[in-house]
Design a protein around this ligand. Sequence first.
Ligand code: ADP
Ligand code: MG
Length: 254
Amino acid sequence: MNTAPQPGTTPARGAHADSDPAFFSCREMNSYYGESYVVQDVGFEIRQGEIIALLGRNGAGKTSTLRTIARLDDPQLKHGEIWLDHKSLHDMKAHEAAQHGVALVPEDRRIIAGLTVEENLKLAQIEGPIGWSFERIYEHFPRLAERRRQEGVTLSGGEQQMLAVARALARDIKLLLLDEPYEGLAPVIVQEIEAIVAEIKALGMTTIIVEQNVVAALELADRAIILDMGQIVFNGSAKDVMENAELRQEYLAI
Ligand SMILES: Nc1ncnc2c1ncn2[C@@H]1O[C@H](COP(=O)(O)OP(=O)(O)O)[C@@H](O)[C@H]1O
Ligand SMILES: [Mg+2]
C-alpha cells in the first residue's frame, strides 16, 4: 500500500484547475434509484490520510453516497464530479474505480461462499495492484490467520467483517469506504474492529466511515459530514459534532 504523498504528481489533463486539488473531492453529486432522488448536490473534499465520519439517520443517503463514489450502477450518478488522486471517478465504472484504488466494504460484507479465508483474499488480489501481503494481513488479523483454511462464510460476524476489511487492504487502495463496520457485532468485537480501523488510520489511509455508532465513529474521525434526506447539513470537525447536542439531536437522534 502506498500511502506516502507522491511528490511530483501533476493533475491529469482535464482535472479541474485548482492549484492544489484535494486528494478526494466530489462536487454536485446527484444520484437516483430510478426516479428516486437520493443523493442531492453532495460535495466535499478529503485530504490524503484524513478520516471522515459520514453520519445521518437511517435512509439519509449514506450508503447511496458510498455506492455513488464506488461507481456502482445503482444509484445512478446523473450529474456531478468525483475526483480521486487526479483521476475522474465520475467517468469510471465500478471495476475501473476499484482498479484506481476505491475499496467499498459494504454493510453485508459479501464474503464469497465456497472459498476459504485465504481464497477470498487471493481473489481480491487477482486484478491487482496488490496491497498488503498475506503475511502482513495475518499479522494484523491473527483471527484470520487461525482460520485461513476455513470457509469464509462459516466465520463469525466479527471475523467476516475483519475478512471484508482485509480483502480491501489486500489491494493497493487509495480510498477506503466502510459502511457500518460495527453493525450487528458484540461490543467486544466492535473494539477489535475499532482497533484495526485505528491502525489503518495511523498508516495514513484516506477513509470514509459510515456508522450508526456515532460516538465510535467520531472518536476515530478527523471530520464529520452529516446527511439528511440526501443533502449535506453539516461538514465540520468531529469535535464540533461531539460538543453540539442540538445538532446531534436534530440529525442523529442521540
Ligand atoms: N435499491 C434502492 N432502490 C430504491 N431506493 C432505495 C434503494 N436503496 C435505498 N433506497 C432509498 O434511498 C434513500 C437513501 O438510502 P440509503 O443510502 O440506504 O440510506 P442510509 O445508508 O443513510 O440509511 C432511502 O430513502 C432509501 O429508502
Ligand atoms: Mg446504509
